[in-house]
Design a protein around this ligand. Structure first.
Ligand SMILES: [Zn+2]
Length: 56
């Protein structure tokens, strides 16, 4: 898999979301070794929730 941002090599990695109020959450996503871009549906969803939370 190639990074959509820099076309670098991407690997599957395990992430830990410490900002979630429910506790530690582990999930798997895809991370770019070159620029650090992370692709994961959960991250995108959380970003959207936080963005909406600030608006309201
Ligand atoms: Zn990249």
């Amino acid at each position: 898999m190639r990074c959509p941002r820099c076309n670098g090599l991407m690997i599957t990695d395990r992430f830990q979301d410490l900002q979630d109020s429910t506790g530690h959450i582990h999930f798997y996503g895809t991370r770019c070794l070159v620029c650090g871009e992370v692709l994961d549906p959960m991250i995108l969803e959380n970003r959207e929730k936080r963005r909406l939370a600030r608006v309201h």
